[in-house]
Design a protein around this ligand. Structure first.
Ligand code: URP
Ligand code: ZN
Ligand code: ZN
Length: 533
């Protein structure tokens, strides 16, 4: 006889962004269909005993780079993401994330955003995925006619309701004028505009000055981007956004000073959203000289933009921002480049003649090891970014929830519910509502059931040859990850294939999206006449 449930989860401490309670969860056909104090085990094909561990909605990581080729830096240096949709999503589910939103990147040679999206989608279909996924688009050609024609199709046909704009990287940087052009179009369509806020001109000026002094080892990447670089761009983007009343989201905020500028705008009542990421809570400039010697090229593993703060005083301010709502979401910015790879961090040596010395270029993968040893490289040729999709939930659980820096409810909001709302996926994702929500779940070990361990890269399931969090202590880790009712990760083992994940069409921002009338009519800051008929 057909069972009423496919799966029941018993004895869990069910945690949502609203609170925690003792409930049992009944799942059928990929959906949560019952949440009640007790469900008869005999009604299900399979039962998981959560033994008092937290059971919560699966993580929603709204900022991951998968299968993306990067052209960045003054020479348009290429970097290729080490993870495709299979390995990236595999790593996601092994760390409790059940939905990822990746970037479909328009290069300046791409005329059509729709074609870009079709190409990324084809890649994801080809490899398959272990979890559900959607796309944001990166817009580098802000041509109004193309935007007018294509944005409605992106929204209707693909459910893509967010775009990312860059204020740095010569191959992506938009001028203020261009930022306004795009924001003016996205505003009309309630799309979420994500901003990478760093002053690209300031970075190249400082980079030139560092080069003149011969200061080009990986550590100087941070020195070429002191926190004021992010602060200035954040302030400028807020001025532009407020002028035309287009709410924006600041991605990967790394400095206390940018967080403060964002907080001030939020306090004025203008809807601004912000994201921070694990690297800014756990790394500092010191990590850019962590390996063997302060000058060795291996420090390039820690290069990301913006860089982490100079010291842990920025970290304390960011933790406060996670608590007090300055940060709406906490994402990984998983940007996977292998260290020993001709498409990865090694480009920082391979593109730098002085470091390469007598070695012949192009260098093939096989001979890379000998060449990288004892080299210093140049930071400006290193692809920017660090891996982290798998460590995102465990890091915030260990160092945020367990330490009391964030409450359990806030934890769920930051890693799952708020990103689902912000990117139009709620309450299918980010919630546990019977009859409505997908059965995407993470089950943690009960307190102290998992012996604490030091993380090493071999524990992880990405396709990257390092983790920035090597050696950090963990006392818990997702015990089970369930995607639409299918157990994909169980007690340290991958249990499914990459056929589980589905493409997600998303709706628009479900958080408050429009400024209030009193804010919108402040003629000191707002071009109030712009939207009058
Ligand atoms: O360093 C970073 N964050 N690289 C990824 C690309 C981006 O800007 O998000
Ligand atoms: Zn960025
Ligand atoms: Zn990113």
């Amino acid at each position: 006889m057909a069972k009423q449930f496919d799966l029941i989860i018993k004895n869990g401490a069910v945690l949502t962004s609203d609170g925690v309670g003792r409930y049992e969860i009944g799942i059928k056909d990929g959906k949560i269909i019952q949440l009640s104090p007790s469900i008869d085990s005999g009604l299900a094909k399979e039962v998981i005993d959560a033994e008092g561990g937290y059971v919560m909605p699966g993580g929603v990581d709204a900022h991951v780079h998968i299968a993306q080729d990067f052209t960045s830096g003054p020479k348009g240096v290429m970097g290729k993401c080490a993870d495709d949709f299979l390995t990236g999503s595999r790593s996601a589910v092994c760390g409790g994330t059940t939905t990822i939103i990746a970037f479909a990147q328009q290069n300046r040679s791409d005329e059509s955003l729709l074609k870009v999206v079709q190409n990324y989608h084809a890649l994801s279909e080809k490899s398959g995925a272990y979890c559900d996924y959607g796309f944001h688009v990166i817009i580098t050609r802000p041509e109004v006619q193309m935007l007018e024609k294509e944005l409605p199709k992106l929204i209707e046909d693909w459910g893509i309701t967010s775009c990312k704009l860059f204020m740095t990287y010569s191959s992506m940087q938009l001028s203020d004028n261009q930022l306004l052009d795009v924001m003016y179009e996205t505003r009309k369509r309630f799309m979420t505009t994500m901003i990478h806020a760093e002053n690209g001109d300031l970075i190249s000026w400082l980079t030139n000055k560092l080069e003149q002094r011969g200061l080009v080892e990986p550590f100087y990447h941070a020195i070429s981007r002191p926190p004021v670089v992010e602060m200035e761009a954040t302030h400028r983007a807020i001025v532009l956004a407020e002028m035309i009343q287009n709410p924006v989201l600041f991605v990967h905020v790394g400095s206390a000073s940018a967080a403060q500028i964002i907080r001030n705008a939020q306090t004025r009542g203008f809807p601004i959203y912000a994201e921070t990421c694990p690297q800014y809570l756990h790394l500092t400039w010191d990590d850019l000289k962590r390996f063997h010697s302060p000058k060795c090229f291996e420090n390039s593993k820690m290069i990301c933009s913006p860089p982490p703060g100079p010291d842990d005083s920025d970290q304390e301010a960011l933790w406060a921002g996670l608590r007090n709502g300055t940060f709406t979401i906490y994402s990984s910015d998983h940007c996977p480049f292998r260290y020993k790879d001709v498409h990865g961090k090694a480009l920082g040596v391979l593109q730098h003649e002085q470091s390469l010395g007598s070695a012949r270029c192009p260098v093939d993968q096989e001979h890379l090891s000998e060449i990288l040893d004892d080299k210093t490289g140049h930071f400006k040729y290193v692809p920017n970014g660090c891996p982290g999709v798998e460590t995102r939930l465990p890091l915030l659980f260990e160092y945020g929830l367990k330490t009391g820096r964030v409450s359990p409810e806030r934890y769920v909001d930051l890693v799952s519910t708020a990103p689902a709302k912000l990117y139009g996926l709620y309450p299918i994702k980010g919630a546990l509502i019977p009859g409505i929500s997908d059965a995407d779940l993470v089950i943690w070990y009960p307190n102290d059931a998992l012996p604490s361990f030091k993380l090493t890269n071999a524990n992880l399931h990405h396709n990257v040859d390092y983790t920035p969090y090597e050696g950090m202590e963990f006392g818990n880790w997702p015990r089970y990850t369930i995607v639409r009712g299918q157990i994909v990760w169980a007690e340290g083992e991958l249990r499914a294939s990459a056929s589980v994940g589905k493409y997600l069409k998303r709706g628009t921002n479900q958080l408050a999206t429009r400024p209030t009338n009193s804010i919108a009519s402040d003629k000191r800051r707002v071009a109030t006449w712009l939207y009058k008929a």
